[in-house]
Design a protein around this ligand. Sequence first.
Ligand SMILES: C[S@@+](CC[C@H](N)C(=O)[O-])C[C@H]1O[C@@H](n2cnc3c(N)ncnc32)[C@H](O)[C@@H]1O
Length: 190
Amino acid sequence: MSAAKRDGLERLWPLYGLEAESVAEFSPQIIDVGFGNGESTLDLISRTCTERILAVDIYRPGVASLLLSLPADQAQRVRIVRGDIMEVLPFVAPETLQLIQVLFPDPWPKRRHSRRRLLRPDTLPLFTSRLARDGVLFVASDDHGYAGEIHQACRRLSDLAVTRPPSRASTKYGRRSDSVYELAWRRVAT
Ligand SMILES: C[S@@+](CC[C@H](N)C(=O)[O-])C[C@H]1O[C@@H](n2cnc3c(N)ncnc32)[C@H](O)[C@@H]1O
């Protein structure tokens, strides 16, 4: 990691960084999962006014990139957790999120690695349980098989209905992809 990123982490983490256990106090309305270098989070900030946005990724240099690009006047409504989203979601109050965005989750294309995929039939219920009524789970993937599996798993969840995808940020992985599958599911009353 560059000296500038190390410096950014040291200076800005105390302002924006959160531990998973403190997420409930921040009470996010939007979660950006696996933000990479931060482009998707910056896009969410630019498209919203007051919503509290939580950005979660395990990749330290990416956290530093986002910290260095955050507009200074957004300190109140943006927080970053460096960690595994599966360990963060339990600290988010159920039925509170307007949007969970997951752009280009690692596809783990080899069959023997498929358990490493983030969005699976056994993990999706934790994601959707955090959506408010009408809250949206938005996923983009360039992996046809992974997108199909997510679609099938969401179809089996009775509190989800297909909805129109929100606008998608231009991100590093999105720009590399020839075909992009967008999946958007809205939480409905059951
Ligand atoms: C393929 S990259 C996509 C990055 C970015 N969204 C984009 O579109 O360019 C996947 C990202 O997900 C992050 N990631 C992987 N597993 C994660 C997890 N369990 N929790 C949070 N982030 C995770 C990785 O560190 C990486 O930044």
